[in-house]
Ligand binder design. Structure first.
Ligand SMILES: C[S@@+](CC[C@H](N)C(=O)[O-])C[C@H]1O[C@@H](n2cnc3c(N)ncnc32)[C@H](O)[C@@H]1O
Length: 467
């Protein structure tokens, strides 16, 4: 009896060895996600040439072919030979013109001749490499953007590509080059963000926030369809979505893309960068600076701050924890010491369980100090020179960054639990004078409640009546 595409996929998923699954990122797409992804392609009466990159069991290519006009063809590339043979079996069920190439996609030369390219690529981080393209080289830092760059290159004019990828390319420094290149190369047509990543690849045990991305090889279209909280359980057209212009999604020179429209209450504010505030990352990487760490205060040494030193909205020192609270005077020659003064520290990491993504604390240090690399610090200098903040600005900024409206903004911009400096720099921020007023109304304290923070901000900006 012939097996269905779903049976082939499920048997392939069950037979994967955990080691190979991890090594090659063999997280196979379930049928509801595959159908929703393929549903984003424009249907045509004419046959199309389909390409499936990293085809696994062949589910994406097969569903694409099943939804396309007869006479369509599929090329699938899969480096695992067992999965390549599953691809062959799946694709033969629905299409008579099939070529399965059992090689790495990076060893195959592809002409720009495909009308439909579909992929759920591996999501692994890689050391940055430049990929040569017909319009100059593009730096990629992850296998999925490397696959996407290949996918885009293989599109014929007017061709469409749908990818199942993490959301991480939309923000942050690592993907900046790729974002700019991609937006220059093609039109962004649709985005569907799956709120909960765990739900949709249930048997695959993955913990990435994923999305569907549709792009096409043509000039940017006017209305991008954005589904900010999609689920594969319901047809996309029946789900909440907006049609937006690219400009309204883009933020700053780094081309950060926002999924949802910004809260109107934030529209009057400039960004942190516009306010002359700069976000830098703490300079001490502990395992490279072990020689200067000290459990005791040293003459001519400096206090060392970790996220352990954040306590409510305050930064306290020293604290009882299993990390050294001081550095020796030798740290002076390691280029890690920051000038005494007032700052706002922001933890670069949060966990899924934490109530807030952004965890900010006010620091006033009367002596030069050192901040661990897992902390960002806000100052009024540049990337090369650290200049402490005015004390009231540091206090007000800490309260601002601890508000629910800012946390909500950040979650819309980033699907990851990491809080990076590039995104924070684009954050809407009151003027320094307003930050000072905020500090007067609510000086940071280590047990100030969320309700008080939000209520103080609402009153200061007269949002109470609006909301
Ligand atoms: C996330 S899985 C998705 C598989 C399939 N497209 C799907 O949606 O179910 C990624 C696939 O890419 C394959 N793969 C990883 N690196 C590859 C490479 N360099 N060239 C070709 N295939 C690769 C893996 O073996 C795996 O089957």
């Amino acid at each position: 009896m012939t097996k269905t595409i779903v049976q082939i996929r499920n048997e392939a998923a069950a037979s994967l060895s955990p080691e190979e699954q991890q090594q090659w990122e063999q997280f196979l797409t379930p049928m509801p996600v595959a159908q929703q992804a393929v549903g984003l392609f424009t249907s045509t009466v004419a046959p199309v040439r389909i390409l499936d990159l990293g085809s696994g069991s062949g589910i994406l290519g097969a569903v694409s072919a099943r939804n396309s006009a007869s006479g369509s063809s599929v090329v699938a590339i899969e480096q695992d030979s067992a999965l390549a043979s599953c691809s062959e079996t799946s694709l033969q069920q629905v299409c008579s013109d099939v070529e399965v190439i059992n090689r790495s996609v990076f060893d195959v030369f592809l002409e720009p001749e495909f009308d439909r390219v579909i992929l759920n690529p591996p999501y692994k981080k890689i050391s940055p490499v430049s990929i040569a393209t017909s319009s100059g080289s593009v730096k990629v830092t992850n296998l999925y953007t490397a696959f996407l760059a290949m996918a885009i290159q293989s599109l014929a004019d007017g061709g469409e590509c749908v990818a199942i990828i993490p959301r991480s390319w939309m923000n942050g420094e690592y993907f900046k080059d790729f974002r700019k290149w991609m937006l220059h190369e093609c039109s962004l047509d649709a985005l569907a963000v799956y709120g909960s990543r765990h739900d949709h690849f249930r048997d695959m045990n993955i913990l990435q926030e994923i999305m569907l991305l549709k792009i096409s090889k043509r000039a940017q279209i006017k209305g991008i369809e954005v589904y900010p909280d999609a689920t594969p359980a319901i047809p996309l057209e029946k789900q909440q979505h907006e049609t937006v212009k690219l400009d309204s999604m883009l933020m700053g020179r780094d081309c950060i893309l926002r999924v949802q429209q910004q809260d109107a209450r934030l529209s009057g504010f400039e960004t942190m960068t516009d306010q002359g505030l700069w976000v830098s990352t703490g300079k001490l990487v502990w395992f490279r600076n072990r020689d200067v760490l000290s459990a005791d205060e040293q003459q001519d040494g400096h206090p060392l701050y970790w996220s352990d030193n954040q306590d409510g909205l305050m930064t306290v020192h020293p604290v009882q924890c299993n990390r050294e609270q001081w550095v020796t005077r030798e740290a002076d020659s390691h280029n890690v010491v920051l000038p005494a003064g007032s700052y706002c520290l922001v933890n670069r990491f949060s966990s899924k369980e934490q109530h807030h993504r952004i965890y900010a604390s006010y620091l006033r240090s009367d002596v030069d100090f050192v901040a661990d690399n897992k902390l960002n610090y806000v100052h009024q200098g540049t990337s090369r020179r650290t200049v402490p903040l005015d004390d009231k600005v540091a206090q007000g900024l800490t309260v601002w960054l601890s508000s629910s409206i800012v946390d909500e903004w950040y979650r819309q911009v980033s699907g990851s639990t990491q809080v990076n400096a590039t995104d924070l720099r684009q954050l809407p921020c009151p003027s320094r004078m307003q930050l000072g007023m905020l500090a007067d109304r609510l000086p940071p304290d280590n047990d100030v409640s969320q309700h008080r923070i939000d209520a103080t901000i609402e009153r200061l900006f007269s949002w109470v009546q609006v909301s």
